[in-house]
Design a protein around this ligand. Structure first.
Ligand code: AMP
Length: 220
């Protein structure tokens, strides 16, 4: 089974799609954003520093992110994995290639989620998260609204808004994506291992496209 690297702009829905793949195909989900948010909650200088970077939509240093990702990849034993949130620049892409070589990972595909900026703005500014189980909602779409206002359907805890989902921070994160992350797509195009999907559609359609790609890949 192929490992997956997701490349997508902020708020494209990588987390939701990854959850589906974890639940249905037994993938391990490695999200650098989630890992860094965990560190950012620690009452340490490093935790506070990372919190302020994340809240302002600024990248954490390559050094730290790459150390974290290497540790996570080393923990995986015989299960397919999803990289969500990394690589975000060419240096990270090159480092991941190197770690994959060291760990003998050669079976992977890259999925590029293409989505227009207006859809992204709604997904970011309408996103609400359960602080407990991390289920994700969106107040702009009836289908994804919580049943009870601002409460998680699953565990009934309060929902939170990520600070970096404000319109202002979203716009800065999006510009960084265009300037710094988009070249990563060409990096993988040159290797011939990238598939693009239309992520403007509803999640069920996105999941169908991705399932077709990975099922095609399973049959390789
Ligand atoms: P995400 O949940 O993927 O949107 O990531 C949230 C935030 O975590 C980003 O805006 C960055 O501040 C930080 N972050 C996540 N992944 C990386 C990465 N690969 N390199 C640098 N910073 C990252």
């Amino acid at each position: 089974m192929k490992n997956i690297i997701f490349i997508a702009p902020p708020a494209a829905g990588k987390g939701t799609i990854s959850k589906y793949l974890v639940d249905n195909f037994n993938y391990i989900h490695i999200s650098t954003g989630e890992l860094l948010r965990k560190v950012s909650k620690e009452e340490t200088e490093l935790g506070k520093h990372i919190a302020s970077l994340i809240n302002n939509g600024i990248f954490v240093s390559d050094e730290l992110v790459l150390e974290i990702i290497k540790q996570e990849l080393q923990k995986i034993k015989n299960k397919p994995f999803i990289l969500d949130g990394i690589p975000r620049n060419i240096e990270q892409a090159e480092y991941i290639e190197q770690v994959f070589k060291e760990l003998s990972v050669d079976n992977y595909i890259v999925i590029n989620m293409e989505i227009n900026v207006e859809a992204l703005k709604k997904r970011a500014t309408g996103r609400r998260l359960c602080n407990d189980c991390r289920l994700s909602y969106n107040v702009y779409f009836d289908k994804y609204k919580p049943q009870e206002e601002n409460k998680c359907n699953n565990c009934h805890k309060d929902l939170i808004i990520r600070k970096d989902d404000s319109l202002e921070v979203f716009e800065s994160r999006y510009q960084t994506y265009i300037n710094i992350t988009l070249p990563v797509i060409n990096f993988y195009k040159n290797k011939g291992i990238i598939s693009s999907i239309n992520a403007n559609q509803d999640n069920s359609e996105i999941i169908k496209e991705i399932t077709n790609i990975i099922i095609g890949e399973f049959n390789d």
